[in-house]
Design a protein around this ligand. Structure first.
Ligand SMILES: [Zn+2]
Length: 343
């Protein structure tokens, strides 16, 4: 974009002295990965896309459903009706309000086998996930590769966030050596207020801007694990200024989550659904549609194939991954998959 147009577009941010014209140019050169594009990921992508971060890589394994619309601010009813993958729907929406930036949609589940490719070349990694397994994986990658990342979580009326700057601050495993109790509840079990999401995303996005601008801005980074409950107004902060001695990740550099030992290929995924991710072969949707037609209702677009066979609903992705709704029994899900998709 020519200089004049660029400075007009971002004029209100450039007027903010800590950013200025030079800071805005650094944002334009910035590359941010957002892992998970649900409620928090949507808010992060929206804020950073409008702020002019030059490249956003949005990584999400899921598709849009009606129950997402209460809090996942990048999506519309038509996205849910089409079952669009969230990464694709997000990229389309962002292109509508900022066509000058690059948005890379990655319809994938972030796992040890693809993390090096999916997060390569990023300046900052942001957490839009809903589980500690993926957060520990991001933490191991970020510490090993010295890439800053920002933890962000919202559930119920509670939000929490932590900046991890490897080599300087504490990492996630310093603060939580094990998955914390009471943090394992999810929006599936406790519900979620969209205001808790906005709050935590606003703070995390601002910290990301400071990281991208660097210099004096980085001295303003928060050095605590911060949490707030928008319902009870309770606030807590734990110092994260220094790494914890003996930390498994940043102290001993034992990256067990990157090794991915014993990681299951079949997992519970939200309320009443199971994800199967064990076949590395691509699927031809047109051929699969024909094969399934006599067995239930089936339709597909270029991104997903959906197959309904009472009481189950199976969503297939081109890489062979599937999400099966209507059961929490991994055995039932696997046999359904084996019968209709093949093993
Ligand atoms: Zn650590």
């Amino acid at each position: 974009m020519e200089k004049e147009k660029f400075e007009e577009r971002y004029s209100r941010q450039i007027l903010f002295r800590a950013i200025g014209a030079e800071g805005q140019r650094r944002l334009a050169a910035g590359r941010v990965a957002i892992v998970g594009c649900g409620a928090t990921g949507s808010a992060l992508a929206s804020l950073l896309g409008r702020a002019g971060v030059g490249t956003l890589r949005i990584i999400d394994r899921d598709y849009v459903e009606a129950s997402n619309l209460q809090r996942q601010s990048l999506f519309e009813e038509s996205d849910a009706a089409e079952s669009l993958p969230k990464a694709v729907a997000a990229a389309r929406k962002i292109a509508g309000f900022n066509s000058e930036i690059v948005v890379e949609a990655r319809i994938e589940d972030l796992v040890p086998s693809n993390i090096n490719v999916l997060l390569e070349g990023m300046d900052v990694i942001l957490d839009g996930t809903d589980n500690f397994e993926t957060r520990y994986l991001i933490n191991d990658y970020a510490v090993r590769n010295s890439v800053p990342w920002i933890y962000a979580a919202a559930v119920g009326s509670y939000g929490a966030t932590l900046n991890v700057v490897p080599g300087k601050t504490a990492c996630l495993a310093c603060i939580f050596p094990e998955t914390p109790h009471g943090m394992v509840e999810t929006c599936e079990t406790s519900g979620i207020l969209n205001t808790a999401v906005s709050l935590v995303a606003s703070i995390a996005a601002t910290e990301a801007v400071k990281l991208l601008i660097g210099g004096a801005a980085q001295r303003q980074l928060r050095k605590t694990f911060w949490s707030y409950d928008v319902w009870t107004n309770e606030q807590a902060e734990i110092s994260a200024e220094r790494p914890r001695r003996g930390c498994r990740a940043c102290g001993e550099r034992d990256f067990v989550h990157l090794a991915g030992e014993g990681r299951p290929h079949i997992t519970l995924c939200g309320r009443n659904s199971v994800q199967i991710h064990e076949r590395g072969r691509p699927i031809d949707f047109a051929e699969m549609q024909q094969r399934l037609e006599g067995h239930g209702v089936v339709r597909h677009n270029e991104f997903v194939l959906k197959f309904w066979r009472d009481p189950y609903e199976m969503t297939l992705f081109p890489d062979g991954r599937a999400i099966i709704k209507g059961t929490t029994d991994t055995g039932v899900a696997r046999s359904l998959y084996a019968r209709f998709v093949g093993s």
